[in-house]
Design a protein around this ligand. Sequence first.
Ligand SMILES: Cc1cc2nc3c(=O)[nH]c(=O)nc-3n(C[C@H](O)[C@H](O)[C@H](O)COP(=O)(O)O)c2cc1C
Length: 468
Amino acid sequence: MPLEFLLSFRKDICLIKPTESEQFILQSGERKLTFKNAQTGLKIALKTLKTGGATLSQLKNTIHENDGFEALQKFHYYLKKFASLGWLCYSVLSDETKIATVIPLTSDFEFTVQKVPVEAKYVLSRFAYSHQVAGETLLESPLSFAQIMLDWRGAALIAALSTPQNISQLSAEIPGISSETAEQFISLLFISKMLFQVAENDNIDESENTTLAQWEFHDLLFHTRSRVGRHANPSDGTFRFLGKIEPLPAVKPPMLGDLINLYKPDLDNLKLTDIPFTQVLERRKSIREWGDKPITLDQLGEFLYRSARIKDIFPSEFGEVSSRPYPSGGAIYELEIYPVVNICQGLDSGLYHYRPESHQLCRQSLQNEAVEMLLKDAGMSMGVDGMPPILLVISARFQRIAWKYESIAYALLLKHVGVLYQTMYLVATAMNLAPCGLGGGNSDLFVKAVGCDYYAETSVGEFALGSC
Ligand SMILES: Cc1cc2nc3c(=O)[nH]c(=O)nc-3n(C[C@H](O)[C@H](O)[C@H](O)COP(=O)(O)O)c2cc1C
């Protein structure tokens, strides 16, 4: 006979019993269920679900014995309601202790008990991963609407399932795990989309499915965790470090180095003389060949002024924010620009930081090995012999954005890189310069070149610029 799963409430579900009435209230966040005049059996069952948990048969016995046969139908209705809210957890026991517990992440999780073929082999999904959270080992997957809490035996079973196993092999591999427990464990993982059945030709759905096959593990995890849906993490600005860690200032504190004042174009004049917007849009293209006459320092100054200067700094409820030519979520503006100069008339080759508030360059280094490697890498990304005249490396001060946003911080940051690229493309086109956005760059090399802390600030985009 197959074993039954142990049912219990999620940890965050509160059971409130007001002292002066017979009401029972179950609550999770804003959601509340009130049980008026709850009978003895129901009260015991709710308390059991909140404490250790019990199997469906045990819960039904409690209701039957205390409240009578007629109360069972209503209890079934309640259980369905709890399941549909994602409040019920499902555990596999061995020696009376939980070796694995499925915890729904959202109400979209459906726990439909399925009997798994006993002779078949099963293998862990390549999307499943385990990590430590608040002292527990959790198994999670971007394919799943639930997470699984494991004890050491559960973790050992997961390790064994890295290669295809049938139920008897799995039970033989881990001491103390009966074949019934192994079957129930596999069933739990199967329902939660953490593992797949291996077909006779050794294939699994996950790799046969051409849509899934084209997802990298990290991309799918990033996608699912930075979009609303199969997780319960807050997606707005949560300001979770308010009062604990000071937010970074709107403008990066000045770096050390020689300062170079940049040319400021006359915007009123440009408004009259610029080529029309539709022409800019239609002419815009990526250009990977550069004119014989190099780009000049004044052109670089005009380009940076028109695409990335600070127009205004103003206070907000949670510190200063700014206004610049390109948009930014929450007006946070976490991106910095570092021109890496190969050839620019009027400017020495080397690495500079752009100061958007004073419209200046701050020299970090002259031409050196790291500077050359950054430029060479960019040339290779563009498929050209040699190096671009100027490479604009875009970095992010991560904590500027992560202080406010939680689940979406990095996704938001990449969107900012995109809007900055497009602004740079359009300005370069209007100025008859040669722009080209790049898809890849070496963030460790950038850290070496600039001397910053990888986790505090490193490169997230690259953009080549030269003359036409
Ligand atoms: C985010 C992004 C990444 C890119 N990466 C590269 C790259 O690494 N190398 C390259 O030569 N072009 C790169 N490009 C330029 C595209 O190849 C180009 O935009 C595309 O072929 C369309 O051509 P167009 O820009 O001339 O309209 C990139 C463009 C963007 C927006």
